[in-house]
Design a protein. Structure first.
Length: 275
C-alpha cells in the first residue's frame, strides 16, 4: 500500500485532517453549532466546482468559498437572531444551487464526484502540501485564541461582558472552520465531512473528562477513525468517506456500550457492598 505515492500523500493528509477537524469540532459542538459544519461542508462543493470551472486548485477554491459562506453566516446572525436555522437554509440553498448548476452545465474541466464521496486517488503532492499548510496555520490560530474560544463556547454573553471580541473571533473562527472543511474534502468527501467534525468529539464527550482531556481524546478518536477508514477502504475498494463515517459511528457505539457496561458493573458492585 505504501509503495504508491497517492497512498503516502493520502495518509499524510489524513493525519493533518484528523488533528484539525476535532480541534474545530469541539467548539462547534459545545456552541451547538454542529449543523453549521454540515452547511459549510456542502458550501465547499460550490467552491470546488467554481475552481474546476476556472481550472484552479479545488482545495484552495473550497477554502475561499467556504470562508465567504462562514462569514455570511456570521453576518446574517445579526438579522436572524431568533431563527438561526433560517441562516443555514439560506447559505445551503445558495451553495448547493451553485454547485448543482455548474455540475449540470457540463462545462467543468474535471469530474466533481470524487469530492462528493472522497477518493485517495485524487490526493496529489500539491494538495498534501496545501493541506499541511492550512492545517498548521489553523491549529496555530486556535492555540492563540484558545482561552477566548473556550469562554465563548461556554457563555457567549458573559464573554461579551468580559471584553472578549466575540464578533471578530467568530469571523476568524468561521475561516478556521472553512480551513478544516477544505482540507478534508479530498479524503472524506462533502457528503460525510461533518461526521469527521462531530463524531470524534461526541465519542470523547461520553468519557466525561475536562475540556483539555476531551480535546485530546477527540484527536485520538479522530486519528483512529480516519486512519482505519482510509486503510480499510483501500483494501475493500470502497469510497473512504463513507467507510470512515461508518468507522466513526462504530467507535461511538462501542464507547457508549462500554460506558453502559461499566455503569452496570459499578451499580452491581455498589449494591453488593451496601447489602
Amino acid at each position: 500500500m505504501l509503495n504508491y505515492d497517492f497512498m503516502r500523500n493520502a495518509l499524510a493528509a489524513s493525519l493533518f485532517v484528523s488533528i484539525l477537524c476535532p480541534c474545530i469540532g469541539i467548539f462547534l459542538v459545545l456552541r451547538r453549532y454542529s449543523m453549521i459544519g454540515d452547511t459549510l461542508s456542502h458550501a465547499s462543493l460550490a467552491g470546488v466546482t467554481l475552481s474546476l470551472l476556472c481550472g484552479q486548485n479545488p482545495v484552495l477554491g473550497a477554502f475561499i468559498f467556504t470562508s465567504l459562506s462562514g462569514a455570511l453566516i456570521e453576518f446574517l446572525r445579526g438579522y436572524f437572531k431568533k431563527h438561526t436555522d433560517l441562516i443555514l437554509a439560506v447559505v445551503l440553498s445558495l451553495s448547493v444551487g451553485t454547485a448543482i448548476t455548474l455540475i449540470s452545465s457540463g462545462k467543468l474541466h474535471a469530474n466533481a464526484d470524487s469530492f462528493l464521496f472522497g477518493s485517495v486517488l485524487t490526493v496529489t503532492r500539491t494538495d498534501m502540501i496545501l493541506i499541511a499548510a492550512l492545517s498548521l496555520v489553523s491549529v496555530s490560530a486556535l492555540i492563540f485564541m484558545y482561552h477566548s474560544l473556550v469562554y465563548i463556547a461556554y457563555d457567549e454573553e458573559a464573554a461579551v461582558i468580559a471584553g472578549v471580541k466575540v464578533k471578530l473571533i467568530s469571523y476568524i473562527f468561521s475561516i478556521l472552520v472553512a480551513s478544516a472543511i477544505s482540507v478534508s474534502i479530498r479524503i472524506v468527501g462533502v457528503l460525510v465531512l461533518s461526521s469527521m467534525i462531530a463524531l470524534p468529539v461526541a465519542t470523547a464527550l461520553q468519557l466525561g473528562k475536562g475540556f483539555k482531556c476531551t480535546l485530546i481524546l477527540s484527536i485520538i478518536f479522530s486519528i483512529i477513525d480516519i486512519m482505519a477508514g482510509l486503510i480499510s477502504s483501500y483494501y475493500l475498494n470502497v469510497a473512504p468517506g463513507g467507510f470512515t463515517a461508518l468507522v466513526s459511528a462504530a467507535v461511538l457505539a462501542l464507547v457508549l456500550a462500554a460506558k453502559q457496561i461499566s455503569s452496570a458493573i459499578r451499580t452491581t458492585a455498589t449494591a453488593r457492598h451496601t447489602s
